[in-house]
Design a protein around this ligand. Sequence first.
Ligand SMILES: [Fe+2]
Length: 379
Amino acid sequence: MKTDNTSLHLEKTVPQAEDFLPILGTDYVELYVGNAKQAAHYYQAAWGFQPVAYAGLETGVKDRVSYVLQQDKIRLVLTSPLQSGGDINRHIDAHGDGVKVVALWVDDATKSYEETTKRGAESYMKPKTIEDEQGKVVLSGIHTYGETVHIFVERKDYKGVFMPGFKPWSPAYKPEAAGLKYIDHMVGNVGWNEMNKWCEFYAKVMGFAQLISFDDKDISTEYTALMSKVMSNGNGRIKFPINEPAEGRKKSQIEEYIDFYNGAGVQHIAVATDNIIETVTQLRNRGVEFLKVPKTYYETILDRVGEIDEDLEPLKELDILIDRDDEGYLLQIFTKPILDRPTMFFEIIQRKGAQSFGKGNFKALFEAIEREQELRGTL
Ligand SMILES: [Fe+2]
């Protein structure tokens, strides 16, 4: 079914979902970090993000500094406070560096705010218009799990590099991109028995539908367990898996996250590439660390997933995981936590038909994660 309710043609791929917003895509992800200047350098040097925009003292912002970086459709905003006290410092004190805003690109930010708040969303920011000589952007926002928020961004009348208040940022240092294309999905970790509550939130407040669920029988090892459900908007551009810990013999990785993040938050951002072997080779060479997979994983892998286009050897060399569903297969790999606290990490994913999330890899992955937890003494 084609819906032509915006300037873009949005195909409805998840028929159960109600697209009353509708969401055109992820607009940006904002992290509150202790040192945005150095974090920006990390995302440039290690990940190949390109410098786009800057806001801070030089642009008339007194209390914070923000760097905007982009790689294809993935836009990151890194924000640090410039003074003591205030919400950003408190956020960093509680959570360490982490995702504060998952911004969603919409056609009408005022309507998105009205539709979601009337369905029960808690307001974070009433609709407001910001303007400069490049045009105007309308923003509004609602709360989601933990201290994370969604900001709706309406930018159809804006021609600047990011939004009013920012100036173009073009340092001499511009490392090559690493082939990252777009955000495939973003996963939230929530507390014990909170998964259904947050899945209902996305269903009721945002009109999302549930794609898949995994229970602790699917995702458990001797020690760790979790439950997960995947919520999607109608056009399939926004997919939010929600995890909760489940009872295992030892502490689950979700519980470890909740302990170190001090509550619910974004666990991982999965970014898509067209060539995972090339992307991961580049990222590794630039210092990104990935989870190791037991080499025995590859001994039986082709029996499980059947024929694939790639040679197995480079996949094994790089610790890339493979999974198959009814529609095709996928290649994926997970980084180690990218922060000192064992909280957030990235996933690199290349889909070759498969629309699922690598369920068959969970066990192999968890065994790998547990080896890391053991080293930290938190298993
Ligand atoms: Fe994932």
